[in-house]
Design a protein around this ligand. Structure first.
Ligand SMILES: [Zn+2]
Ligand SMILES: [Zn+2]
Length: 381
C-alpha cells in the first residue's frame, strides 16, 4: 500500500485544512484502519476552538472512530484477535496495560497515555501528527493503530454509521447505569435531549426505570419527539413550563430517584433544578462539570437531602461492549440519532453545526472519508 492519505488537520484553533500524508509503515505490532465513520461530540466543539496548550503541532482530530482493519502485523492480529477486513470501534483511549486502571479495563483513567498527565501520552484525536504513526485521528481516510489500541469488534449486522453511536451510547450506559446506578423501578430526570441524554434514556429504559422524564428547551422539539419514541414518559420544556412543579406533579410530590445532567453551556440552572427535584433523601445527581466555579452552591440542601453527586467521566471497556450489544439488538430505533453526514473535508462546518451555530438541528454527526468532495447534511431516511 503506497497511496496518499487525505486528512483534515487542525492547523490552528478553529482552523482546519485538508492535507495529504504518506501511509505510515506498519510493523509486526501495528495496523492500519480504513476509516468509515468518525463521530463528533461536544468535546470536539471545545477542543477545536481551544486546543490544549500541551498538544503541539498539527492534529488530526476525530476520537469516535469506526472502520475496517486494512493491514495488520502478525503480532497485532494475534494480540487483538482480529484479521484484515474486521470492522471495529476504536476507543480514543489507548492503554499502557501496565497500570492498575488498564488492568481492569478503565483505560480512561490511565495516566501514562493521557496527554494531561504525560506530555508524550497518546490518544486518538488528541495526538500530534508529528508523532510516529502520523495518522492519530479519525478525520482521515486511514488511521494508525499501535499495539495498545483498544478495539471492539463490530458485528456485520451493525452498519458503520450505527457503530458510530458506540461512543455516545457507551457514555450513556457508563453514566446512567454503571456510575449513577439507575435500576429497576427507578424514576429518572434526564436534562438535555442531545446524543448523550438520549443515550442515557436508552440505558435507563433498558435497566428497568419506571418513569423517565426528559427536559430541554423549545428548540428541542424534534429531540423531544425522538425521546418519546425511545421511551420517555414525559418531556418538559423548561422555557415554557415550570419544571419543578411538573416533576413534583408527575411523581405525586415525591421527587425523582436520579437526575442525570446532560446539558451543555446551561450554567448552574440544571444542577440547582436537580437538587430541588430529587426525592427527599438519598437521591443521586450525575453531573458533567463545565463550570469552573459554582457560586452559592447549595451545600446545605445537598447535605440535608443526603444527595450523592457522581461525575460523568468517559467510559469503560465494558460500557463499549454493552453499547455494541445494544446496537446489535435493534431494540431501539437508534439509527434515528444519526441525523447528519458530512465528508471529512467539511469538519469545520460539521463542528459548527453540532455547536448550534447554524439552523441545522443535528443530534449525532457522522464524518465520512467516502463523502469527501460531496455535499453533506441531514440524512433522509
Ligand atoms: Zn466524544
Ligand atoms: Zn495504563
Amino acid at each position: 500500500m503506497t497511496q496518499k492519505v487525505q486528512a483534515a488537520v487542525r492547523i490552528a484553533p478553529g482552523t482546519t485544512e485538508m492535507q495529504e500524508f504518506e501511509l505510515p509503515p506498519i510493523d509486526d505490532d501495528s495496523a492500519l484502519l480504513r476509516v468509515e465513520v468518525a463521530g463528533i461530540c461536544g468535546t470536539d466543539v471545545k477542543m477545536y476552538a481551544n486546543p490544549p496548550a500541551m498538544i503541539h503541532g498539527r492534529v488530526i482530530m476525530g476520537h469516535e472512530n469506526v472502520g475496517v482493519i486494512a493491514q495488520a502485523g502478525r503480532r497485532f492480529k494475534e494480540r487483538q484477535g482480529l484479521v484484515e477486513g474486521d470492522r471495529v470501534f476504536v476507543e480514543h483511549y489507548v492503554g499502557c496495560f501496565n497500570c492498575e486502571w488498564c488492568r481492569i479495563g478503565e483505560y480512561r483513567h490511565c495516566e501514562a497515555t493521557d496527554w494531561r498527565t504525560n506530555p508524550d501520552g497518546r490518544r486518538f484525536g488528541y495526538t500530534s501528527a508529528e508523532n510516529p504513526g502520523t495518522l492519530w485521528g479519525g478525520f482521515s481516510e486511514y488511521m494508525y493503530l499501535p499495539w495498545n489500541a483498544v478495539l471492539h469488534k463490530v458485528p456485520d449486522t451493525v452498519t458503520p454509521e450505527l457503530a458510530g453511536l458506540v461512543m455516545p451510547l457507551s457514555n450513556g450506559i457508563e453514566w446512567a447505569l454503571l456510575t449513577a446506578g439507575v435500576g429497576y423501578a427507578d424514576t429518572v430526570l434526564i436534562q438535555g435531549p442531545g446524543q448523550q441524554g438520549l443515550s442515557q434514556l436508552v440505558a435507563a429504559k433498558t435497566a428497568g426505570a419506571s418513569k423517565i422524564f426528559v427536559s430541554g428547551t423549545t428548540r428541542d422539539k424534534h429531540r423531544f419527539e425522538l425521546a418519546k419514541e425511545l421511551g420517555a414518559d414525559e418531556v418538559i420544556d423548561v422555557l415554557t413550563e415550570d419544571p419543578r412543579e411538573k416533576i413534583m406533579d408527575l411523581t405525586g410530590g415525591r421527587g425523582v430517584d436520579f437526575v442525570l445532567d446532560c446539558t451543555s453551556r446551561a450554567g448552574t440552572a440544571p444542577v440547582l433544578l436537580g437538587v430541588d427535584v430529587l426525592k427527599r433523601r438519598e437521591g443521586t445527581l450525575l453531573i458533567q462539570g463545565e463550570l469552573a466555579a459554582f457560586p452559592d452552591f447549595p451545600v446545605k440542601k445537598v447535605t440535608e437531602k443526603a444527595i450523592t453527586i457522581k461525575s460523568a467521566r468517559g467510559h469503560s471497556y465494558k460500557a463499549c461492549e454493552l453499547a455494541v450489544e445494544q446496537l446489535a439488538s435493534g431494540r431501539f430505533p437508534l439509527e434515528k440519532l444519526a441525523t447528519h453526514r458530512y465528508g471529512i473535508d467539511q469538519v469545520d462546518h460539521a463542528i459548527r453545526v453540532l455547536a448550534g451555530e447554524t439552523e441545522e438541528d443535528a443530534i449525532h454527526i457522522s464524518l465520512m472519508p467516502e463523502l469527501i468532495g460531496r455535499a453533506g447534511g441531514a440524512v433522509v431516511r
